[in-house]
Ligand binder design. Sequence first.
Ligand SMILES: Nc1ncnc2c1ncn2[C@@H]1O[C@H](COP(=O)(O)OP(=O)(O)OP(=O)(O)O)[C@@H](O)[C@H]1O
Length: 651
Amino acid sequence: MERQDILEHVRLVNAVVGLDGVMEPVEVGSAIARSWNRCVHDFGLDPVRNEPVVILEGRELKDRQAPLTRLRAIAQGEMATLYQQLAGSGFSVLLTDTEGVVLDYLGDPTFTDSAAQYGMVEGALWSERNQGTNGMGTCAIEQRPILIHHNEHFLSRNVGLTCSAAPIFNHEGNLLAVLDASSFSHLAQQHTLVLVNMSAQMIENRAFLCNFRDQYVLRFHSRPEFIGTLWEGILALDEEGRILAANRNALFQLGHKKPADLVGLQLRDLFNTGMAALLGGKSHGWLNPVPFYEARQGNRFFGLVNPPENRSVSGGALQRNASPAIAAPGKARIVRLTDLQFGDQTMEYNVRCVKRVLDRDIPILLSGETGTGKEIFAHAIHDEQVGEGRPFVAVNCASIPETLIESELFGYKPGAFTGASREGRRGKILQASGGTLFLDEIGDMPVMLQARLLRVLEEREVIPLGGETPVKIDIKLISATHRNLKELVAQGRFREDLYYRLQGITLNLPPLRERQDKRELIHHILSLECSDKENVNLSEGALRKLEAHPWPGNIRQLRNVLRTALALHDGYEITIYDLPEEISQLTPSSRPERPEEAQLSALEIAESNTILKVLENCRWNVTLAARHLKVSRNTLYRKMNNLKIRINKEE
Ligand SMILES: Nc1ncnc2c1ncn2[C@@H]1O[C@H](COP(=O)(O)OP(=O)(O)OP(=O)(O)O)[C@@H](O)[C@H]1O
């Protein structure tokens, strides 16, 4: 570094940490400013310090490596893949412990000699306290992915470097190690940090699976094709379905911050399903994840449980190929626009509007609460506009961690992906070419990516990460949100230009509680749910309860409730007793005992069902029910007593 540049660097540092008396408004990120302040005020470092890097050797290094033997074995494969992805660009890949000691090093030959001069070798100590602001040391303190580029390094001797580092946490959320890719600063690549972070998460997931290989493990995601990839949520469970641990993506998808929020809960506290159901069906395997719903919000997930003995383990680490190849979900049923409304005025208006713009290239924005049917509506538009055989590609911007949306949308050049997508990814935008791209929860798209998306939409071409040549695309765009995008624009959280680009027309999908065709919709969903079985009716009482419910989870929740009721009911119709408590408003003690619980004979069960049905239809007016059944009131009371039917009023 030239003397002039060193002086300039020192001046910049002093200005940021206030050593010149006045703090100048200088352009450095807040993490860098924090780190520089630590370097000066906590560690007493000087930017021009030029002492050799401390390097641990022999026993001392071995003592550092030993506690992380299993993690290092798991990381080895990922480090090699990351190194290959960066090959030819002068990068080295390093794994450090939490104090910045380099445990493993994989170097590009063109960089190795210089790396050694910089002190990037096995055993080197890259803590912030020793080396000032740097990828590995600063990441260990900030505990999040970080890029330290060029003169963001604190020591002027490190200014020639560019370092992308990401943390690796254990299942308790504690930092285990840091993965880093470093090179000369002039060789910096825009996407290195994304790649490093993906590799770190892959290592974390593998370590998690390895750690809990003797337990049951639930792997889940809101999209079935993401199971087995680094985006999957993973929960370790005991035999009874009690949660032992959760990985980062599980926390993210379930809206929790720390593993302790979930540990100790039962599966049933989180989802509308339990171990028996997840393990039960013979058809459930890697190719057929089971759908279930989150208990609080009604969000849908797909998942599968690995029993302990099912996983292949080698050398203390899970085999690389242990992750299954996941088949795409079954072909979705074709939905017509006319299947979506049964007399509700807003929905009729929506369908009319869509039909008018079907043959034009106008982007459509669907707005509505969760579960109101935005995606199914988008699918129906696609089927009528583009054609059933063409791709319909949905991206949920809220369910993918911010750092990964970019790769998900724009894809990578072949060979750049770890894990399940070894052969690389074309990215959702390219996959949608010739069909429809459905951007769900668009309001959650990070601002940084909004500009990129806008460019893609304007120029109708996309450049995959790591690639150079733009690829032309031909897509219809439908986006959806449950947020008020206009408000987000006013708050500066959503780009105004993108907002106008997305909403050629905006359609508001009404919440279920406000729909005028609620009754018809309930019957429609019920008929879909029992399509393969005999038709099952709804009792008038149950229908009234369903109509009166406020349905915070909208049609998704309704579908879920009807599905469960179908599984629970016996006889020929669903009654209020088959509905969940919050809908039937019956307390468990007020429910009549089920015939099987009371150990009745088959004849008595049939008799009990008939009496229950008539009582329910007569709104528990025993005199009226007796008249219908053509018996005296006293006989009916006696029978009810024998059959253990207690009096209940539905309303
Ligand atoms: N008209 C309909 N007919 C049948 N099923 C429907 C209908 N509308 C919605 N559903 C069902 O309701 C559930 C939720 O629908 P969808 O995923 O389209 O809602 P959404 O508004 O996109 O939800 P989110 O905002 O949470 O992504 C799905 O299971 C879907 O099949």
